[in-house]
Write a protein of this length. Structure first.
Length: 126
């Protein structure tokens, strides 16, 4: 990855995490595409760590009530992409602990946190 591409990816990550452009869903698509490109140049263990960090970023964004509700939902709607990559990696080398950890986190977050559009959590509607 060139320095320019690396910098662009860091800026995309930050924009996704803080929902700086909540009315631009193509930003998230560009970020995830950039993740796929970056991961394709890594070893399997590096890819696993990388996709785990993508999962974490999407879930952190979902949990952040300071971020626009529709952006949080968009991040939650796309978390399956990181999980899908982790699942493929688990099939390659049989190491599925990371995938299971992420699935447990997803289950607990979605069980205990109201959805971003829930009327029972008025602070989430920003």
């Amino acid at each position: 990855m060139t320095i320019a591409k690396g910098l662009e990816h860091v800026l995309l990550s930050s924009s996704v995490r803080f929902g700086s452009q909540p009315d631009s869903p193509e930003l998230l698509e560009r970020y995830l595409k950039s993740c796929g490109t970056a991961a394709s140049h890594m070893s399997v263990p590096q890819q696993r760590e990388y996709w785990e960090s993508v999962f974490d970023l999407l879930m952190e964004t979902y949990c952040d009530t300071a971020v626009a509700a529709h952006w949080r939902c968009l991040c939650l709607d796309n978390v399956h992409r990181a999980l899908g990559e982790l699942s493929l990696l688990a099939q390659i080398d049989g190491e599925d602990e990371t995938l299971r950890r992420c699935l447990r986190l997803l289950r607990s977050y979605t069980d205990y946190l109201p959805t971003a559009y829930s009327t029972s959590n008025p602070t989430s509607m920003r």
